[in-house]
Design a protein around this ligand. Sequence first.
Ligand SMILES: Nc1ncnc2c1ncn2[C@@H]1O[C@H](COP(=O)(O)OP(=O)(O)OP(=O)(O)O)[C@@H](O)[C@H]1O
Length: 208
Amino acid sequence: MKTLQLVGLTKKFGEKHILNQLDFEFHSPSRYIIHGESGSGKTTLLNLIAGYDNPDSGRVEGGGALNVGYLFQDEMLFSNLTVRENLFIKYASFSPYHQADSHFEALITRTLHDFNILDLIDRKVSMLSGGEKQRVQLASILISEPDIILMDEPTSKLDKKNKEQIIKTIETVFKDKLIIVVSHESNPLLEGGMDLRLENGRLYHEKC
Ligand SMILES: Nc1ncnc2c1ncn2[C@@H]1O[C@H](COP(=O)(O)OP(=O)(O)OP(=O)(O)O)[C@@H](O)[C@H]1O
């Protein structure tokens, strides 16, 4: 089993400690849902795990050996490009060859099939529904073939029906991955996931 360890992780903005000597061990494959008040540091924590920002002290261990995929709160897609073109842009930024090779074709076909949107591959993003766009955004994370998936409010803009569908898809397609989700929802977002609370700069197990 792979692990991702946070060791004495500390992050300050000005004089304010956002994360304070935070120790935690995430196991893969598992699902964790991080709750916490607005401004408690949830996005800051994901940014540190992804390596987008550096801690003031402490470290993230195991992250370097694991490929991280990050779905941002406002993940951007180019509306006047097709689903294939959007995913290719993402792929080209990871692939050393920057071309749509056979690996890309196999990867995109498998991924879009898993998200049940293969028939939309040549459609412009501007012609997709909100739920379909969200599926393309989720599919785009898999283009970097990550071991760890970080998601900031992945279902916040969806209605109940779409939300349930997306959660089901995440549970099946991402079942072998370590998933860390930030969510404002008070109920467990993903069944079987571990609920955590970020408070006063530390992570606590939350009782449901
Ligand atoms: N680059 C920055 N410079 C200064 N302060 C920052 C910076 N990034 C975040 N902060 C502050 O750090 C605190 C934690 O922000 P963060 O975005 O991690 O919170 P959050 O728990 O994700 O909030 P929300 O639930 O509202 O998205 C906030 O008070 C925020 O204003």
